[in-house]
Design a binder for this molecule. Structure first.
Ligand code: 6PG
Length: 242
């Protein structure tokens, strides 16, 4: 996988690096609009907490950045499992961000399919077209994680949604313990920069597999129009880089 791998000493150092990197990437968004797509799970918590503190709370051009989600569990925002709810509690309610810049996946839509369809419409409205152009990525940055089984977003091994190349967002009703909505490969790949945030010894196996060239892991199959970056702590780093 043509990508750059940055190994940080620990999760706290990774969070500081990712926050500084993001500021550099979108810090000049006052000349336009930045679009950042977030993931869920535990790892991004450290990034959200860093962005909600000095210097990032003051330095980021919050008014010019729009926030999206790579996937969501089909639960209400107040539920502890909600990816949006986690970002809202740790970051978004602590910074001067416009409500209209927050594009949560609408899990109040009745069914995961209806939520996915409504989110696809919102993504297309923001993008201003119904088809993605390779030279005009939807997202400036997409932050992703990777599961021990190699999943990313809610693109799980063996799932039919891995083959989806038309829909921008899809329901994953078979996900456990709750149904999910996920962005599909074409939309996640419509990113200038994709950043995988990976921490912890439990991820070393999947990281080694991906960096040894395994392509069966959904995370390894992502081919963004832009660059792929791996920000990994030492505990999760593949042997050659640890
Ligand atoms: C989610 C994420 C998911 C996550 C991985 C890694 O909604 O859970 O989108 O893809 O990134 O499962 O999760 P951890 O960061 O908790 O290891």
């Amino acid at each position: 996988m043509a990508a750059d791998l940055i190994v940080l000493d620990d999760a706290a150092a990774l969070a500081r690096h990712a926050a500084a990197w993001l500021l550099e990437k979108v810090g000049t968004a006052d000349q336009g609009t930045g679009a950042v797509c977030l993931s869920g799970g535990a790892t991004p918590r450290i990034l959200y907490e860093a962005l909600a503190r000095r210097p990032y709370r003051e330095a980021m051009p919050w008014a010019h950045i729009h926030w999206f989600w790579c996937d969501e569990r089909f639960v209400p925002p107040a539920d502890a499992r909600s990816n949006y709810g986690m970002a809202q509690r740790l970051l978004l309610e602590h910074v001067p961000i416009r409500r209209e810049n927050i594009h949560a996946i609408p899990t109040g839509c009745g069914t995961p399919g209806a939520a996915a369809s409504a989110y696809e419409d919102e993504l297309k409205r923001f993008y201003g077209a119904r088809a993605l152009a390779p030279g005009r990525p939807l997202f400036d940055v997409a932050f992703l994680g990777v599961g021990e089984d190699g999943h990313t977003a809610s693109l799980f091994p063996g799932s039919a949604v891995l083959q989806e190349r038309s829909l921008w967002a899809a329901a994953v009703p078979e996900a456990q313990p709750e149904s999910r909505i996920t962005l599909t490969y074409p939309v996640l790949e419509s990113s200038r920069d994709v950043v995988f945030l990976v921490t912890g010894a439990a991820k070393r196996g999947i990281m080694q597999s991906i960096f040894d060239g395994a392509t069966d892991a959904p995370a390894a199959r992502l081919r963004p129009v832009g660059r792929v970056h791996w920000f990994v702590d030492r505990a999760a780093a593949p042997r050659h880089a640890a």
